[in-house]
Design a protein around this ligand. Structure first.
Ligand SMILES: *Cc1c(COP(=O)(O)O)cnc(C)c1O
Length: 364
């Protein structure tokens, strides 16, 4: 397969004519965590997608929204509906992005953690309130699994009913899946990969590993495609925070197809399926009791990064992702002296969420 240079990526995007709108501040910062690196004998760098802007609570969804909403605007969309848990970062970031471009967002948020009636608006839910976003609450009973088909059917029905209602009033409505994981934006994190490679080159090294905390698997395809199209030696590793089995929403085949989609969008020849599949390095050992539930190592990872280098990870994603990185350092899966980049994907709004979510972070 013919490879391209990292500095050709911008031109290839321009030539592809993919619709895009500016929302965040790019490139996001990139820097070394000096004390943690010294402590573990590994060079640990953070790619600060949490500082993407445009608000104080950025994250990896803003890059996605630049393409997702670029496409929506081109199609004349004036309402966006999306789903997520009560503390969804994705829903909050999409809502903020919609506010910037003048599209009206509505959120369908479900009770992942079985909290019952919402009596307090904390964390991202409070940010949604501050933006004046309409939220539809979808309750769940203890006998309904939160990843069950029946339950998802209930959420989708609520969104489709609302879509029909808005369309009857003459609106053009777009339904965005959980995590903003949609075809229009899988290309976005090729830019993230590009920035990491250019920023590390400027600091005089090539990353051995890039670690990404994966949920709906919308960030990973861009990172992987970037690696594959440039032929970089850097390995992309994924720590999952959601159970993931063959046949699930984000199984291997789904990711392979998304990577191929990125190549097609950029009018580049895609690698063979098995070449893409060989790049999938997944660790599912850090999910903990369930999505959104903290555990000892995830809490410890958040406290360690904050107390060593003054950076806050989040309880739902990056705390678990970094717990995975620390375990790979301890086990030697990350050898001493390696150059490791951890993508801080954001989510810090959830640090101010309810007790069930932040767990023992409040205690010394
Ligand atoms: C959504 C999210 C992720 C996961 O990204 P995907 O594209 O869904 O895999 C990771 N970290 C944070 C903070 C997120 O909000």
């Amino acid at each position: 397969m013919k490879t391209i240079k990292v500095n050709e990526i911008d031109r290839i995007f321009e030539e592809s004519g993919i619709p895009h709108v500016h929302l965040g501040f790019y490139p996001t910062p990139f820097h070394k965590l000096n004390r943690l690196s010294r402590k573990y004998g590994v060079n640990i760098y953070f790619k600060r997608e949490d500082l993407s802007g445009p608000s104080n609570f950025g994250g990896n969804k803003i890059r996605k929204c630049e393409y997702l909403l670029g496409d929506a605007l081109k199609n004349g969309v004036d309402y966006v509906l999306t789903e997520g848990g009560y503390q969804s970062n994705s829903a909050m970031e999409l809502a903020a992005s919609c506010r910037i471009v003048g599209i009206t967002p509505e959120l369908f948020l479900y009770d992942v953690l079985l909290q019952g009636d919402v009596t307090e608006y904390r964390g991202n839910l409070m940010l949604d309130q501050i933006m004046g976003v309409k939220v539809h609450y979808i309750p769940r009973s203890a006998d309904e699994p939160n990843d069950g088909i029946e339950f998802h059917g209930k959420i989708h029905k609520a969104m489709h009913d609302r879509k029909a209602e808005l369309e009857a009033q003459g609106h053009k409505v777009l339904i965005v899946p959980a995590g903003c994981a949609c075809e229009a934006d899988f290309v976005s994190h090729v830019h993230n990969f590009k920035e990491i490679m250019l920023q590390s080159e400027r600091l005089g090294f090539i990353p051995d590993y890039i670690y990404n905390t994966t949920g709906t698997g919308g960030t990973l395809p861009g990172l992987m495609a970037g690696k594959l199209m440039t032929g970089a030696a850097t390995k992309i590793r994924r720590i999952s925070i959601q159970t993931y089995n063959p046949g699930d929403m984000v199984d291997y085949d789904v990711i392979v197809n998304r990577v191929k989609h990125v190549f097609n969008e950029l009018k580049l020849e895609a690698p063979a399926d098995d070449v893409i599949k060989a790049e999938l390095d997944v660790d599912q050992g850090w999910i903990g009791p369930d999505y959104g539930i903290p555990y000892e190592e995830s809490t410890a990872a958040i406290k360690e990064v904050a107390s060593c280098d003054g950076i806050f990870l989040d309880p739902v994603y990056t705390g678990k992702g970094f717990a995975g990185v620390l375990s790979h350092i301890h086990s030697g899966k990350i050898p001493q002296g390696s150059n490791v980049v951890f993508v801080h994907t954001g989510g810090t709004g959830a640090l101010f969420a309810e007790r069930k979510m932040v767990g023992a972070l409040q205690m010394q």
